[in-house]
Ligand binder design. Sequence first.
Ligand code: HPA
Length: 272
Amino acid sequence: MSEYELCKLAADHARDQGLPVPDLVMVLGSGLRDLAAEMEKVGELSFKELPHWPVPRVEGHAAQLSWGRIDGAMVACLQGRVHLYEGYSAVEVVRPLRSLRLLGAEHFLITNAAGGLSAGMRAGELMLIEDQINLTACSPLVGPPEAAFGPRFPDQSRLFDLGLRESMLDLDPDLLSGVYAGVLGPGYETPAEIRMLQGMGAAAVGMSTVLEVVALAAMGGKVLGLSLISNLAAGLGAEPLAHSEVLAAGQSGSGRMKELIRGLCRRLRTDG
Ligand code: HPA
């Protein structure tokens, strides 16, 4: 089966199980999974039930696709995602999002937890992603060309949708904006790597997002990216970095994230 057929199979299965074409798809990153509770849930499927969807190998609880309304918008929510560092390929990492794009979803909010690189950043702050640097040395676009996944050589000068970014800034004029650098992980960065990333103009660093954004933008999806700065990047804080710190910051930053998501849903709702 081609990659297109695999994604189409999952999209058809989700539709058969009752998933409508959502106004918004959200991917909830580390420490942000609880945001799914904002939704008046009407259905859910575990990743295991979706044919050929990759199942996370790191998280404590099962990854789920759930859907329901937030402020009138129909939202499909991916709680959990897979990463390259788990041993999945770039094509597998983006399969859930390609499936939902094939289903007809147009708007995507990709969230993550990230290390802050800019002077003055604090744990718990949010950052609107204005552009990205893919440092994984992988791309989901490598492989046989598939017309449904976009052109062979897609333009990437506007990966993040300007209109959606402007709506976020209307909701919160103080929201930080910056460049997200996506790395392979799973080790956190060395101090020399942090200096390199700062020199490149990155304001935040993390181990997800960049491949998903490349795949969705190539398919004509409208993408918004929000990072929760869960920690200062290794070496910039006083203590060595621990995963528990990343999860704890999710709790503190998620209040503002909720407000932004609600505002976005009010803008994107098509009925209700
Ligand atoms: N580096 C890379 N990935 C991360 C970090 C970090 O400091 N924090 C959360 N995800």
